[in-house]
Design a protein around this ligand. Structure first.
Ligand SMILES: *Cc1c(COP(=O)(O)O)cnc(C)c1O
Length: 613
C-alpha cells in the first residue's frame, strides 16, 4: 500500500492577482483552513504517512506548516521563478525512494478520489474525470491499449478524448525515475517544462492506466473565476457529498416530480435545529431567492418570492394577486391550464378560457386573432410552458410576442420546465412565472416560488387582497424588508433546495437539459422499437415528460404494470388525458441514460410477459 504523497507547490499563482499577493495558492482559505491543509487531512485519512512538498514561492509558509505536521517535509526549488513543475519534482529525487501519489497544491477534491487512486490495480495510473466545462481543461487522449497517449489543453487533432486530467497520479518509483531521465534531456531546451510532459513521454514505454471517476467533484485554482467557483460551488458540494455517509436506497422516479434526488440533497436536510428568524437562515433564503432569479433573469429587474406549499400554491399566488378588473386570458391545452381556470372561477375573476387541443401544437395565428378581438378587456394571459399532461411544449417566445403587441402581461406556469428548458423572462416578455423545488431543480417537495418583474409586482400593491397567505405583494414586500417569509418557512426543505441549486449550478442549466434530452432519446428509441407511440408529435415535445399510448394488449392493466416496475425500483405515472388511454414517463431528476436503458429492458420484459399470458 502506498504511504507517500508528493505535492507540487512552487508556483506563484500569478493568474490569481491579489489573492496570491502574499501567499501561495495552497494557502487560500476555505472555511478558515488553507486548501493545502484540506488536502493533507484527506491524504492522512487515506492512509498516507509521509508527504513531501516541493516548494518555491512563499516557501516559508509551507515550512511553518511542516512544523505543525511532523510527517510533512518541504524541499525548496530556488529556481521556481524560471522553472516549471518538472524542475520542482526533479528536485525531490533524493527524498523519494518508493511509489507515491502525485498532486498539486491547488487541487480541491473529494476524499473518494484518493481511495480510487490508491486501490487501482496498476502501479501507474492517472485519474480522469468526466467533463467539468471549467474552461481550463487538460484533455486525456488514450491509445489502442487504453493507456495514456497524450495530454493537452488543445483539443485540435486529438482523436480519442477519454476524459479530463484531474492532476492526481499514482506513480511507481521506476516511472518516476524514467521521468527524471527524460527531464534531464529536455531541460536544456525546455527549462520550464511541466511534469505532464515528462509523464506523456514516459508513457511511451510504460503502461500508464487511465482511470475515470464519474461525477467527481473537484477543481484546480488557477484564476479568480476558478476560486469563486471553488468557494461557491465545488467546496459546498464536496462537503455535502462527504456528509452523505450512508446512502439511502435509490429509487428511479419516472413520474413528473417529485424527482429522484441525489444523496447530498437528501442529507442537506439534516441540520442542527435552527429558528428561521436567525440571520443565518435568512442568508440561506436570500441565496435561494437570488440564484433562482438568476436562472431566468437579472435580480435587478426580477425577484423570487418563496412560499411554503406545493407548486399549485405559487400559481394560485399569482392568479389571486395580480388581476384587477380586466380579464385573465387562460390558454387551456392540458390539465394544468384547466387548473388555472379553476382558480379564476374560485376567486370569481373575470377570465376567458381559450381551449386548444391537448395533443397538438397551439395554432398561434388563431390564438392571436382571438386575442385581437377582445384585447381591450384583457390585462393578463396565463399559459403553462410544458404541459405536464402530455409533454406538449408551448412556445413562450411567440406567445410573449403576441402579448407584447396587445399590451398584455404574461403569466407562465413553468413548473415542469424551470431549470431545464431555457427561459429568459425579459426576452420572452414574461411578467410572472411560477415553479417549485421538486422537479428539474431536483430538490424536495414543499417549497414553491414566483419570479416576478419587480416593477409589475410593485404596481399590484393597490389591488385589494383576495387572500392572506398567498398574497404575492405582501410576501414580496415582507421578504424585501426583513429577509424573512411572513409565516414559518419549511426550514429543512429550504436547506435541501440550497443544496439542489448548488448542484444545478455545478451541472449547468444547459448541460442539465442536454442530459434530460439524451435520456428522452433513449426512451423514445426504446418505446418505438417496442411498437409504442407517443400522444404528441415528437417535434412538439418538451423532452421532459412523455404521454405514451397504452399497448393494445388484452392482459394490459396500468396498475399491474405500475406494481411490476415499483417492485423493481422504478416509479411510472398514469395518464391524464380523457381522449386516449396513456401512461406517462418523465425523464427528470438525478437519473442517467443508463437508468432509462434499464427501464426499457424491464418494459420489454413486462410486455413480453403479458403477451404470453
Ligand atoms: C407539477 C405541476 C404543477 C404543480 O403541482 P403540485 O402538485 O401543486 O406541485 C403545476 N403545473 C404544472 C405544469 C406541473 O407540472
Amino acid at each position: 500500500m502506498i504511504k507517500t504523497a508528493v505535492i507540487l507547490a512552487a508556483g506563484m499563482g500569478s493568474r490569481l492577482g491579489n489573492l496570491t499577493a502574499e501567499r501561495p495558492k495552497g494557502f487560500l482559505l476555505l472555511d478558515h483552513l488553507p486548501i493545502i491543509e484540506h488536502s493533507l487531512k484527506k491524504l492522512f485519512k487515506s492512509g498516507i504517512e509521509k508527504i513531501i512538498i516541493g516548494t518555491g514561492y512563499c516557501h516559508e509558509m509551507y515550512e511553518e506548516l511542516s512544523e505543525r505536521y511532523p510527517s510533512v517535509k518541504c524541499i525548496y526549488n530556488a529556481q521556481y521563478e524560471s522553472s516549471g513543475s518538472m524542475q520542482t519534482l526533479y528536485a525531490l529525487q533524493d527524498a523519494i525512494q518508493e511509489d507515491f501519489i502525485l498532486l498539486e497544491s491547488d487541487l480541491i477534491y473529494e476524499q473518494k478520489i484518493m481511495t480510487e487512486a490508491l486501490e487501482h490495480g496498476n502501479r501507474d495510473v492517472i485519474l480522469a474525470s468526466d467533463f467539468t466545462n471549467s474552461g481550463d481543461e487538460v484533455w486525456i487522449e488514450i491509445n489502442d491499449k487504453g493507456t495514456l497517449q497524450r495530454l493537452s489543453k488543445n483539443k485540435a487533432g486529438m482523436t480519442r478524448i477519454f476524459g479530463e486530467f484531474v492532476g492526481i497520479t499514482k506513480l511507481s518509483y521506476n516511472t518516476f525515475m524514467k521521468m527524471c531521465r527524460i527531464a534531464e534531456m529536455m531541460f536544456p531546451e525546455h527549462p520550464k517544462m511541466d511534469y505532464e510532459q515528462a509523464l506523456v513521454s514516459a508513457a511511451i514505454d510504460v503502461n500508464l492506466a487511465v482511470h475515470t471517476v464519474n461525477r467527481l467533484v473537484w477543481c484546480e485554482v488557477d484564476d479568480e473565476d476558478h476560486w469563486q467557483r471553488a468557494v461557491e460551488v465545488i467546496y459546498p458540494l464536496i462537503q455535502a457529498h462527504e456528509a452523505a455517509f450512508s446512502p439511502v436506497k435509490r429509487n428511479i422516479l419516472l413520474n413528473p416530480g417529485p424527482a429522484t434526488t441525489t444523496d447530498s440533497v437528501k442529507y442537506a436536510q439534516i441540520v442542527p435545529d435552527i429558528c428561521p428568524r436567525e440571520s443565518e437562515f435568512s442568508a440561506v433564503m436570500q441565496y435561494i431567492a437570488t440564484e433562482l432569479t438568476q436562472f431566468v433573469g437579472s435580480p435587478k429587474e426580477f425577484a423570487a418570492v418563496l412560499f411554503a406549499g406545493s407548486g399549485t400554491a405559487a400559481v394560485e399566488a399569482i392568479i389571486s394577486s395580480v388581476i384587477e378588473d380586466k380579464a385573465l386570458f387562460i390558454i387551456h391545452n392540458g390539465a394544468y391550464g384547466r387548473r388555472i381556470c379553476e382558480m379564476a372561477e374560485n376567486y370569481s375573476l373575470p377570465y376567458i378560457e381559450y381551449a386548444s387541443p391537448y395533443d397538438k401544437a397551439i395554432d398561434l395565428k388563431r390564438l392571436e386573432e382571438y386575442i385581437q378581438i377582445s384585447a381591450e378587456n384583457i390585462s393578463h394571459l396565463a399559459v403553462v410552458h410544458n404541459e405536464t399532461t402530455t409533454g406538449l411544449l408551448n412556445p413562450l417566445d411567440k406567445i410573449g410576442a403576441i402579448c407584447g403587441r396587445y399590451g398584455i402581461k404574461m403569466i407562465v406556469d413553468a413548473m415542469s420546465s424551470f431549470a431545464a428548458v431555457p427561459i429568459d423572462m425579459k426576452n420572452m416578455n414574461i411578467s410572472y412565472l411560477a415553479a417549485s423545488a421538486n422537479k428539474n431543480l431536483q430538490g424536495m417537495a414543499g417549497v414553491s416560488f414566483v419570479i416576478a418583474n419587480k416593477e409589475e409586482l410593485m404596481s399590484t400593491q393597490s389591488i385589494r387582497p383576495r387572500n392572506l397567505y398567498l398574497h404575492l405583494y405582501s410576501q414580496f414586500d415582507h421578504f424585501s424588508r426583513t429577509k424573512q417569509m411572513r409565516y414559518t418557512p419549511p426550514v429543512q426543505i429550504l436547506y435541501a433546495l440550497k443544496q439542489a441549486i448548488i448542484e444545478t449550478k455545478w451541472e449547468g442549466l444547459a448541460a442539465r437539459y442536454k442530459r434530460y434530452c439524451e435520456i428522452w432519446e433513449v426512451l423514445i428509441n426504446g418505446i418505438t422499437r417496442l411498437g409504442l407511440r407517443t400522444l404528441v408529435d415528437l417535434a412538439d415535445h418538451s423532452k421532459i415528460i412523455t404521454a405514451i399510448i397504452e399497448p393494445q394488449i388484452r392482459g394490459y392493466h396500468f396498475t399491474e404494470m405500475h406494481d411490476y416496475f415499483f417492485e423493481r425500483g422504478f416509479t411510472i405515472y398514469p395518464g391524464k388525458f380523457a381522449g386516449l388511454n396513456t401512461f406517462r414517463i418523465a425523464n427528470i431528476g438525478a437519473i442517467t441514460k443508463h437508468d432509462m436503458e434499464n427501464f426499457i429492458v424491464l418494459l420489454e420484459e413486462y410486455i413480453g410477459k403479458i403477451v404470453k399470458e
